[in-house]
Design a protein around this ligand. Structure first.
Ligand SMILES: Cc1cn([C@H]2C[C@H](O)[C@@H](COP(=O)(O)OP(=O)(O)OP(=O)(O)O)O2)c(=O)[nH]c1=O
Length: 199
């Protein structure tokens, strides 16, 4: 019997990306504390949060034997600094000024939790930004787009024009790496409407 798939997320972008893979799934938002530990590097941080989101939702389920939960987390890393979502305009100015005119990394972790199983993968993408003026950053803030996005920008939105190029996975920057996600779900034995082979 095929397992039931649940996406542990309140993000409409993750829902839309997962839909592209052709799986039937439900979404349930995870409510976890996203505070970073003092000694935690970016990779460990996103991996832990992706696992905690998936585990949080898995623990709510009645039918755990027959369920798999996928959780994900994204952060932006620039010169050793880790950026999550901006708290306010000042935070957004701080983040986007740091990203202006150089490259940074976007880290997205995906975790799949089932009964007695956890698998996880962290995908890193390099993003090259044009130089931004403070006026541009302030105007961008007024659009509301950056407010719920790691690093205070959305590559899939207005901020697409800030991005000169990327090396890596576009879908991972938006919030869910499609290639890695498809491989993980396929290896876990889930079938989508599109049969996948694993590499
Ligand atoms: C860099 C970047 C991030 N983002 C988004 C992806 C994530 O949704 C968000 C980072 O916050 P997350 O805490 O990873 O996710 P979330 O709170 O939106 O959703 P949930 O925890 O319920 O799954 O930033 C974009 O949409 N575009 C971008 O270009």
């Amino acid at each position: 019997m095929n397992k039931q798939l649940i996406l542990a997320s309140q993000s409409p972008r993750r829902k839309s990306l997962l839909s592209q893979l052709g799986y039937q799934f439900e979404t349930i938002a995870a409510d976890i504390d996203e505070t970073q530990y003092g000694n935690e590097n970016a990779e460990c941080y996103v991996e832990r949060l992706a696992k905690e989101k998936a585990q949080y939702v898995f623990d709510l389920l009645a039918n755990q034997d027959n369920s798999l939960v996928i959780g994900s987390d994204t952060c932006v890393v620039c010169e050793e600094r880790i950026f999550g979502k901006p708290k306010d305009l000042a935070d957004s100015i701080e983040m986007l000024s740091s990203l202006s005119g150089k490259s940074h990394q976007v880290l997205t972790a995906i975790a799949l939790v089932g009964k007695n199983s956890i698998t996880c993968d962290v995908v890193t993408t390099k993003v090259f930004f044009k130089t931004l003026t403070e006026d541009e950053i302030k105007q961008y803030w007024q659009t509301a787009e950056p407010q719920d996005k790691a690093g205070s920008y959305a590559i899939q939105g207005i901020a697409g024009q800030f991005v000169k190029s990327i090396q890596g996975s576009y879908s991972a920057v938006v919030g869910l790496p499609l290639f890695e996600c498809a491989q993980m779900l396929s290896k876990a034995g889930l079938s989508s409407i599109l049969p996948m082979s694993t590499e």
